[in-house]
Design a protein around this ligand. Sequence first.
Ligand SMILES: NC(=O)c1ccc[n+]([C@@H]2O[C@H](COP(=O)([O-])OP(=O)(O)OC[C@H]3O[C@@H](n4cnc5c(N)ncnc54)[C@H](OP(=O)(O)O)[C@@H]3O)[C@@H](O)[C@H]2O)c1
Length: 268
Amino acid sequence: MKSVLVTGSNGQLGKSIQKVYKKSAKFDFTFTTSKELDITNPELIQDFFKNSNFDYCINCAAYTNVEQAEKEPEKAFEVNAEGVRNLANVCKEKNIILIHISTDYVFDGEQIEPYAVNDVPNPINEYGKSKLKGEEYIQEILTAFFIIRTSWLYNKEFGKNFYKTIIEKAETEEVLYITDVQKGCPTNTENLALFILKLIVSNDTNFGIFHFTDHEVMTWYDFAKRILIENKMINKVKLEKVKNYRTFAARPKNSTLASETNILNNEN
Ligand SMILES: NC(=O)c1ccc[n+]([C@@H]2O[C@H](COP(=O)([O-])OP(=O)(O)OC[C@H]3O[C@@H](n4cnc5c(N)ncnc54)[C@H](OP(=O)(O)O)[C@@H]3O)[C@@H](O)[C@H]2O)c1
């Protein structure tokens, strides 16, 4: 039986892995929260891994507040870069395959076409820069790794995300102003969780960088409309497009990842 550690397991992806893996008895999973295993603390990591025998580490731990990262970039780098380096070092020492989640925000969004894995990253905000640094550390330290870039993660039950925010706002507000400036691929964390588990089950050793999304390209406005229709709320609230929705962090206009690895067409 494969032994798998999941860090940052209280986040929306971590919870989705917990939900999805329960359907299978093929793994011996250890789930750690930020309180149980802070990836920024190298001594703690050494201690935690000392007597362990993990085959895989799925790193779901991250600093994910894109807006706040502009105000405190050092905190984003501490988790998304240095924390990831700590994990990569211990994975090397203990011969553990690291499965790490990265982001569409490593790209600047100026390209017209969807971004392929070999396109050159050029992040335009602190969150993206910190995630790219994490990717670079992994590639310097490890050969046995999967870096999975994904985009616009949401879950209908867990976490704070666009899907749940739209439903909450539609309950209380009359008009929702949603930007249609950026486009990307919303991705359900449960599909990503299934993709990750499949890498493990199949003993995949095709290591490197992957893009995984739910494929369908849309703007935030389109996504909001989809959510309202799906929840039979489209007549409850007025949806207005806005062009100049102001944020601290610059956002890539085109966040679309060419997602050659998709659970839906990768069933063989
Ligand atoms: N959300 C998106 O739209 C999106 C898009 C593309 C890529 N991603 C990437 O996908 C991955 C999963 O994202 P998510 O949406 O599931 O994130 P999330 O819900 O924000 O969860 C992140 C988890 O990391 C934990 N964490 C933070 N600092 C930590 C530390 N020092 N040590 C250990 N754990 C720590 C957090 O714990 P606390 O709850 O205690 O803070 C939280 O449970 C991340 O790598 C993210 O960068 C996300």
